[in-house]
Structures are given as C-alpha cells and as structure tokens.
Design a protein around this ligand. Structure first.
Ligand SMILES: *[C@@H]1O[C@H](CO)[C@@H](O)[C@H](O)[C@H]1NC(C)=O
Ligand SMILES: *[C@@H]1O[C@H](CO)[C@@H](O)[C@H](O)[C@H]1NC(C)=O
Ligand SMILES: *[C@@H]1O[C@H](CO)[C@@H](O)[C@H](O)[C@H]1NC(C)=O
Ligand SMILES: *[C@@H]1O[C@H](CO)[C@@H](O)[C@H](O)[C@H]1NC(C)=O
Ligand SMILES: *[C@@H]1O[C@H](CO)[C@@H](O)[C@H](O)[C@H]1NC(C)=O
Ligand SMILES: *[C@@H]1O[C@H](CO)[C@@H](O)[C@H](O)[C@H]1NC(C)=O
Length: 505
C-alpha cells in the first residue's frame, strides 16, 4: 500500500511539468482511494448476505437506453458566434459566423465493455454531428451573407466509467477518463462565392471544431454523472411489513471482472428501527460464471435466517388454532372427543368440549439451501387447551416439536415469495396435565392439524413475499431461479419503466 501511495505521489509531482497527465493522476488517485475503501471494508470482515451482478448483457441494455438521451444531450452543444479578419486571395475579409445550431447527432455505433478493477468502457465510433449556421463577410466594400451546413464525421468518443460505493451503501459512477476525436469536416455553403470555401477551410472550420470538441467529453461526463440519481434509488432499506425491513446497502466497493459488476449487499432483515445483530453471520459465497441474463441476484441462507431471527424477536411466530380452522373434510376435529381417543383422561375430565392449540416457535427457524433443495427446520411447542363453556382455557399438555419443511421459492414482481410443505415432525412430551401421554399416537392428528391450519397461514404470509434489491422502476423478465449450495440464484433480464426517451424525429 505504501508503495502505491508513493508511486502516486511521484506521478503527481511529475504532473506539475506535464499538464496532460493531470487527469491520469486524478484517476490513479481515485483508484487508490477506492482500493483503500475496499481494503478497509474487507478487513472489517463484513461478508455480503446478498450479491448482485450486472453482466455484459445488462450493460448492453443500459447502453441501449442511455444512448438516445446522450444523443439528445449532444444536440445541446452551444457554439458561440465567431468573427475575425482573414486574408483570402490577397483580400482582407472580415467574417462573422453566427446562430450555429446542431441539427443532427447520430451515435449509431457504440459499444460497452467491462474494465476489470474499474468499471465500464464506452466507445462511440463513426458518429457524426451536423450543424447549420449563418455566415456574413465584408471585403472590398462588399457585404455578403448566407448560411452553411457543416458535417462533422468520423467522430469517436472513448470513455471509462468507474463504479464506486457512494459511501452511503449505494453504487455510484464517475467518469474516469474521456477522449473525443473528430475525423473529417465537410462544409456546404449556401450563397456566396466559391472562394468562401477557402475561408472556411483555412479559418472557420477549425475554430468551430475547437469550440465543439471539448464540449463532447463534458457532455459525456455529464451523462455519466446523470446516472447517479438513478443509482441512488437502490432500496438500501426496504420495508417488508410492520415488523421488518431489509438492509440492502452495499458492503465494500463494487468488484468488476470480465464476468460483470458485482455488488455485495448486506442483505439483512432487521426489526424496524431496532437493528440488533443475530448470533450468526453470512458465510462467504461466490457466484457461478453465468452471464446469459442481464442481472443475477443471489440471496443467501443468512438473509432468510435473519428474517427468522427478526420475526422471532418480534414475538410474532405463534398461532392459535381452533376447530373452525379445520375443514369439514378432516378426519380429525379439534375437540376432547378426538383427543380422548388417544388420551382417555381428556375425554373423562373434559367431556364434550372444543379444544384450542397454541403453536409457538421456540427459536428462530433455520433455513438451508442445498442444490435444488431448500428446507427449513423449525422447533417449537404445541400447547393444548380445552375450552370451558365459560370460555376459560384449561391446559391439557405441552409438546416440544421439531418440524422439517421443504420450501419452494419463486419471484413475483419485484418480490421473492415462497410456499412450504410439511415434511416431518418429531415430538416429545414437555408437560402433561392429564397423566401419561404416548406422544407417537398424536403424530397423525397433529400433522393433520398443522397441514390444515398452520401451513396455509404460513403460505399466505410467504406469498406476500419480501422486496428484492431494486433500482428505479425495474421490471423483471425471463426470470429463472436456481437453488445452489447456501444460496438461491435469481437470473433475470430487466426492463426499466418510466424512463422517458425523447422522441426521435
Ligand atoms: C442451520 O442448520 C445448519 C445445518 O443444517 C447448521 O450448519 C447451521 O449452523 C444452522 N444455523 C443456525 C442459525 O442454527
Ligand atoms: C433436502 O434436504 C434435506 C436436509 O437438508 C433432506 O432431509 C431432504 O431429503 C432433501 N430433499 C431432497 C428432495 O433432496
Ligand atoms: C369456568 O368454568 C370452570 C369449569 O366449570 C371453572 O373451574 C372456572 O372457575 C370458571 N371460571 C370462571 C372465570 O368462571
Ligand atoms: C426426527 O428424529 C429423527 C431421529 O431422531 C431424525 O433423524 C430427524 O432428522 C428428526 N426430524 C426432525 C424434523 O427433527
Ligand atoms: C403450496 O404448498 C401446499 C402444501 O403445503 C400445496 O398444497 C400447494 O399446492 C402449494 N402451492 C404452490 C403454488 O406450489
Ligand atoms: C429438536 O432438535 C434439537 C436439536 O436440534 C434437539 O435437541 C431436540 O431434542 C429435538 N426435539 C425434538 C422434539 O425432536
């Protein structure tokens, strides 16, 4: 590190002599600064819970939607009026060119590419600018005027867009480099005598180009910076419901490789306004080398488990079950008659009563991802009551239960949602108020009750989903989801809505 700083200082020192290297030195300074940020965040050991990758295909889409606005921006280049004296064919000529307006800009051929370690390269080749203006000359006591059109062809722009963390956990971009060059100029004069071409070729064309050329990069840099308000819309704190929010702020700097731009996001659920860390942390994981979609979002088991931690802390992981929640087709009812078959003491002490169950999580559920398999282990208690005619609840027994649930996960809109199916349950007796109980006998009846009353409630909640990280008004298309070891990978194309593209005439 010391070496890099030293190297940079030497270059900065040199730059006093050579003006042209100043920009290069700014770039290396940026680079060193972002490297420092990256290293310090790495050193703090924050692993992301969610990773987002923007691929070359994603950049192509971004280029497609950005090029028309850039084209429009270039049309706003302002070229000031110019006047001067020149000697043409041994005559002294005073000239004025005025009202120069860009009529046409065509950036038909542009391309983007990944620049490992920095960001994105943008090149525009063979573009042209067409402008019109008025001319006026005075020579030998003669005044003459007319208009002209200037075709500026072979225009190329080469820019590098750096990607950064804006310090507030959102991605930001900056222009790391930009050069613009112009190939050829053709002038067509309307009115006047043919020797005026010589006046333009010798004096005016190059003055116009000198006024125009530096503005091209200025506008490209402006266009690059104008992406930042859009990037700032990353939902760094996404509200899920009245209990939970997800922190999607970036941890560390973006990592750019030939596979794409990788953003590590915290991906952690928190209780709203009360950010307490769970007793577990994200394990590092890396994305597979896939790039057929514009974007990949990897959600780790950590993210899901932080949700379990939050809801458990919020004290909402419980459910009362009553008989009216059990459909009429069920072989079992939630009453002392049914349970009396397995535990005769219940039928004896509490004849003819309805029952109520309280199912409550004992700790946060644990979600794990194995290839093509998402399972959740939940442990909790089941407390059974008889409902007295005066509505008093008389406790019957408490069971400890471990349940294994397999989950299906899917993307719906900008949310990830799920659906679970009960696999297995294991139960042991916690407390009995009705004498000895053979817990195995209750297995079927409790399984049925869970399937009829608990699973549909859980699924109704999971169906509401939780927000994915998103930028702007993003729509997902061609979305595919794979469950891999320790994370679920969402590969998707995107479409931005509400981006107003100017009318192209
Ligand atoms: C979840 O279960 C896995 C094994 O399936 C275990 O390695 C991990 O420590 C558990 N996580 C928590 C938070 O209990
Ligand atoms: C999924 O994984 C769980 C444990 O991790 C295992 O019990 C179950 O059999 C697996 N299911 C499939 C379909 O592989
Ligand atoms: C409700 O009824 C039960 C059983 O008949 C009785 O033990 C209990 O005291 C009653 N409670 C109230 C509040 O009346
Ligand atoms: C239930 O117990 C069996 C045997 O002890 C074990 O293999 C299984 O993983 C347990 N299942 C659950 C859901 O805890
Ligand atoms: C969700 O799971 C339930 C069972 O747990 C099943 O009946 C239902 O068909 C599933 N729904 C979907 C959309 O997979
Ligand atoms: C549930 O699993 C835990 C370990 O994960 C074990 O200590 C406990 O005995 C299990 N309870 C039941 C009811 O199987």
């Amino acid at each position: 590190m010391g070496y890099i700083l030293f190297f940079c200082r030497r270059k900065l020192y040199k730059s006093h002599a050579v003006k042209d290297t100043v920009r290069v030195d700014m770039v290396s300074l940026w680079y060193v600064l972002s490297l420092l940020t990256f290293l310090s965040l790495e050193a703090s050991g924050t692993n992301p819970g969610v990773q987002m990758r923007i691929t070359q295909k994603g950049l192509e889409y971004e280029r497609e939607i950005s090029i028309v606005p850039l084209q429009e921006k270039l049309k706003t280049i302002y070229i000031p009026d110019m006047s001067g004296k020149a000697e043409v064919l041994v005559m002294d000529v005073s000239y004025t060119v005025s009202d120069m307006r860009i009529q046409e800009v065509d950036l038909l051929s542009s391309s983007v590419g990944l620049v490992p370690g920095t960001g994105v390269s943008l090149s525009i080749n063979n573009a042209y600018i067409g402008l019109n203006g008025n001319w006026k000359v005075e020579y030998l006591f003669v005044d003459d005027d007319g208009w002209f059109s200037l075709y500026i062809g072979g225009l190329s722009v080469s820019a590098t867009i750096g990607v950064n963390n804006d310090g507030q956990g959102r991605p930001s971009v900056y222009a790391a480099h930009c050069t613009a060059s112009i190939g050829r100029v053709e002038i067509t004069l309307h009115g006047g005598l043919s020797w005026l071409y010589q006046l333009f070729d010798s004096y005016i064309n190059s003055a116009v180009l000198n006024a125009l050329q530096p503005q091209i990069c200025n506008l490209v840099i402006e266009a690059i910076n104008s992406l930042n308000p859009h990037l700032r819309t990353l939902n760094v704190l996404a509200q899920v419901d009245k209990y939970a929010e997800i922190d999607y702020s970036m941890v560390g700097s973006p990592f750019v490789s030939y596979s794409g731009i990788d953003l590590g996001l915290k991906g952690e659920f928190y209780n709203i306004g009360w950010h307490q860390e769970p007793p577990f942390s994200p394990t590092p994981f890396s994305l597979p080398a896939e790039d057929s979609k514009m974007m990949y979002i990897a959600l780790s088991a950590f993210t899901m488990n932080s949700a379990g931690f939050v809801y458990n802390k919020a004290g909402v992981l419980y459910l009362y079950i009553t008989d009216d929640m059990i459909p009429s087709g069920s072989p079992y009812r939630l009453d002392t008659k049914t349970f009396g078959v397995f535990i005769p003491e219940i039928a004896k002490q509490y004849p003819g009563l309805k029952m109520k169950l309280l199912v409550r999580a004992a700790k946060e559920p644990n979600i794990s991802f194995e290839p093509n398999n998402m399972t959740m282990q939940a442990s909790g208690t089941v407390t059974a009551y008889a409902i007295q005619p005066n509505a008093t609840l008389s406790p019957l027994f408490i069971l400890n239960m471990n349940a294994s649930v397999s989950a299906l996960i899917y993307v719906s809109g900008l949310k990830v949602a799920g659906n679970v199916t009960l696999n297995k349950i294991n139960m042991t007796l916690g407390t009995s108020y009705v004498g000895p109980i053979q817990v195995e006998l209750l297995n079927n009846v409790l399984r049925t009750v869970l399937n009829f009353a608990v699973i549909p409630k859980v699924n109704a909640l999971l169906k509401q989903g939780y927000p994915l990280p998103a930028i702007g008004q993003m729509n997902l298309r061609n979305t595919q989801l794979q469950i891999l070891k320790d994370y679920v990978l969402i590969g998707t194309d995107v479409q931005f809505l509400g981006l107003e593209l100017p009318d192209v005439l």
